[in-house]
Design a protein around this ligand. Structure first.
Ligand code: AMP
Ligand code: MG
Length: 671
């Protein structure tokens, strides 16, 4: 989308200033709003200003919502973290040359290039409190003065980044920029420009550092000078447009062959993936607390890594030009370089430096000979021919990462290596999306919680424990709502509480097709929920959709009650959906080819997840076979506990012969 060339502009509107009956102000639909988020963040330690959290939303989202309420359409100009901005749900345009960072005028040019209305209104991403009548006031001033540019003046100062300008000024601006111009006022001085006075400097307060952001957060919460957001923007602020789940009917209409009574696994995954939206609220977190969280913005290397050329071995650093073409090389030892200690002397041609792993390579040296390759004779070393090539065992500055390069992309789920990598850049904190809040409950009158006596016909509730454990592993904040009896009032209260306090709600039990449980009707009454029969085993019945209470919506997963079915449906559907909601750029799980140890009976037309144990094949190193854990009843939780993973038998697959290759989904990864 970003590569689309600018559309030829044929404004659907008559230019308001040339109309005989000029309107008193410009109509909102004639204006495109542009949030300028293309800065380098040099005063914010390099972090992306627009993505810093402010009152629970990214800073740029505040500007966007305020603007959205005032103009016909909106877009964002950003040069980094494009995925994070795209998640706001509006077009995002980088500058033609994003590396040039040419300041706000480059953003103006980008906005004008993509503006399809006669007027463009720019606002910076770091002023979250600008007035709700900004467009109207600037439009009025512009029309009154028959100008082509209007900008804000407040507290005796011009704020030129709040600028309403005619969209056909692109040519003039391009000429100005091509001529080396960069200052807004120098360009607007060549145009008919009007400055429009505003009364409250506080509304145009901009934020240049994190302490300023925190201070503004404090004052703005108590200040009455900042206007309340309009109805249109406050609605969007409680749940940003991009995080609101769409209509389920709309989603399923995009899925071919959708049949809720016999839905193949891949269609279920497709519907869910189209339905759920990431919850985009960023937080700055301590590096250790970031393990298992999802990066909200790219981590940029602030320096070259490694920062110096250094040795990869204990040995002798030398100049490769000194290496004899085919004969042995003899060099004089000029001194010793230890890791963490600078060697201040010279290593002239014909000599070398005794060096330890990690010590800085002296100037001129580009190769290290490991100590075990050479013979030391007093102050001399002798290197036999043919053991060394130029650059061997030398780690060069920036070979791992160059300053300014993204070290980790936004959307990365942080694992141990990532935590170490960020530490290697000297960074103590990262911007991460907030943890996903997931509420869960068990339903069924036969269920008893652990600690309660087990009366006749009852079972202990195990699903809440497996769900708790899987959610913990996924890095979610959990809200355990306990066992809820099959009573409509209790179920409704529990589900309302769940969606008022969580992003997603998981229930188990009570969703079987044909079952007379109240849970199904309460779910249906609270939202937009489909009840499916899935072509899979185990785990046939499932409810999915969204439920709402007091304008708070949550995604709902109504899982079956059988303990194995709960886990299978969680792994098959819920896991991926929650990762997506967490903002993670998740990859599909790898399925490993293994040999079936015994024949497996299977009928085509459903996906089966057979619990299986993996054993290395004794005569074929690196290859494995899998055997099922025995009885595959969906209530036998022991089968999950004993298994190393699932043999996944695909929808169209039939019975399998012993020795045939099947796909295996392991439960464990590395820590
Ligand atoms: P349902 O989906 O409600 O028809 O439940 C199917 C089977 O799963 C029944 O045998 C239930 O007793 C059992 N079951 C439902 N919920 C749980 C739970 N939380 N823990 C253990 N078993 C459960
Ligand atoms: Mg039940």
């Amino acid at each position: 989308m970003r590569d689309t060339p600018p559309a030829p502009r044929e404004p659907p509107y008559t230019h308001p200033l040339t109309e005989p009956n000029m309107p008193e102000t410009l109509a909102p639909d004639a204006i495109t709003g542009l949030v300028l988020a293309g800065g380098r963040g040099s005063r914010m330690g390099g972090s992306d200003k627009g993505l810093q959290p402010f009152r629970g939303l990214p800073l740029a989202m505040h500007a966007l919502l305020r603007l959205q309420a005032q103009v016909g359409m909106v877009m964002i100009n950003a040069n980094r973290n494009l995925a994070a901005y795209e998640a706001f749900g509006v077009p995002v345009w980088p500058d033609a040359d994003p590396l040039a960072y040419a300041g706000p005028l480059a953003g103006f040019a980008t906005g004008l290039t993509h503006c399809d209305t006669p007027w463009l209104l720019t606002v910076p991403c770091d002023c979250p409190l600008f007035p709700p009548n900004l467009a109207q006031r600037l439009g009025q001033g512009l029309a009154d003065a028959s100008a082509e540019v209007a900008m804000v003046r407040v507290g005796g100062r011009t704020q030129p980044v709040f600028c309403l300008l005619r969209a056909d000024l692109l040519e003039s601006l391009s000429r100005f920029l091509d001529g080396g111009g960069s200052k807004i006022d120098a360009w607007t001085a060549t145009l008919k420009t009007v400055e429009v006075d505003f009364d409250h400097p506080g509304e145009f307060e901009n934020v240049n550092s994190l302490p300023e952001l925190r201070a503004l957060e404090q004052t703005s919460l108590t200040s009455s000078s900042s206007p309340a957001p309009t109805a249109r923007s406050s609605l969007a602020m409680s749940a940003s447009p991009s995080t609101l789940p769409p209509d389920l009917a709309q989603v399923v209409s995009c899925v071919s062959g959708y049949d809720p009574k016999a839905l193949p696994v891949d269609k279920v995954q497709d519907v869910i993936r189209r339905f759920v939206r990431p919850v985009r609220v960023a937080e700055r977190v301590d590096l250790r607390a970031a393990l298992g969280r999802v990066l909200a913005e790219d981590v940029i290397a602030p320096m070259d890594v490694p920062a110096h050329n250094n040795s990869g071995m204990d040995g002798y650093a030398l100049r490769s030009d000194d290496l004899g073409a085919d004969g042995a090389t003899t060099l004089r030892i000029a001194g010793t370089g230890l890791a963490g200690h600078e060697f201040s002397g010279d290593v002239p041609a014909g000599s070398c430096l005794r060096i330890m792993t990690g010590a800085v390579l002296p100037a001129g040296c580009d190769t290290v000979v490991p100590q075990e390759f050479c013979r030391v004779d007093g102050e001399l070393i002798h290197i036999p021919p043919g053991v060394l090539q130029r650059g061997d065992n030398a780690r060069m500055r920036g070979e791992d990462l160059r300053a300014g390069q993204p070290a980790l992309p936004a959307g990365k789920l942080l694992r141990p290596a990532d935590i170490g990598l960020i530490a290697s850049l000297g960074q103590a904190e990262v911007m991460a999306w907030r943890r996903l809040r997931v509420a869960f409950l068990s339903s069924g009158d036969e269920l008893r919680s652990i600690g309660q006596p087990l009366s006749e016909g009852c079972v202990y509730d195990s699903n809440r424990y497996t769900l708790w454990a899987m959610l913990q592993r996924l890095g979610c904040d959990v809200l355990d709502l306990g066992v809820v009896r099959d009573d409509p009032a209790l179920l409704e209260a529990a589900l309302r509480h769940a969606c008022e306090n969580a992003d997603a709600v998981i229930t188990s039990g009570g969703v079987s097709v044909g079952e007379a449980d109240h849970l199904r009707s309460v779910m249906a009454a609270l939202g937009d929920v489909a009840f499916w029969r899935i072509a899979m085993r185990p785990g046939r019945p499932m409810a999915f959709g969204s439920i709402a209470s007091h304008d708070q919506r949550a995604v709902l997963f109504g899982l079956p009650g059988n303990p194995v079915a709960v886990m299978v449906t969680f792994y098959a559907f819920v896991r991926d959906a929650l990762l997506h909601m967490m903002g993670a750029a998740a990859k599909p799980l790898p399925l490993l080819p293994v040999a079936a140890q015994t024949a497996l009976r299977k009928r085509p037309g459903r996906t089966e997840y057979q619990r299986a144990v993996l054993t290395p094949l004794p005569d074929q190193p690196g290859r494995y076979c899998a055997r099922t854990t025995g009885d595959q009843g969906s209530g036998i939780l022991r089968s999950m506990s004993e298994a190393d993973g699932f043999i996944v038998l695909r929808h169209e697959q039939g019975s399998v012969q012993a020795g045939e290759t099947v796909e295996f989904l392991p439960f464990e990864g590395l820590v």
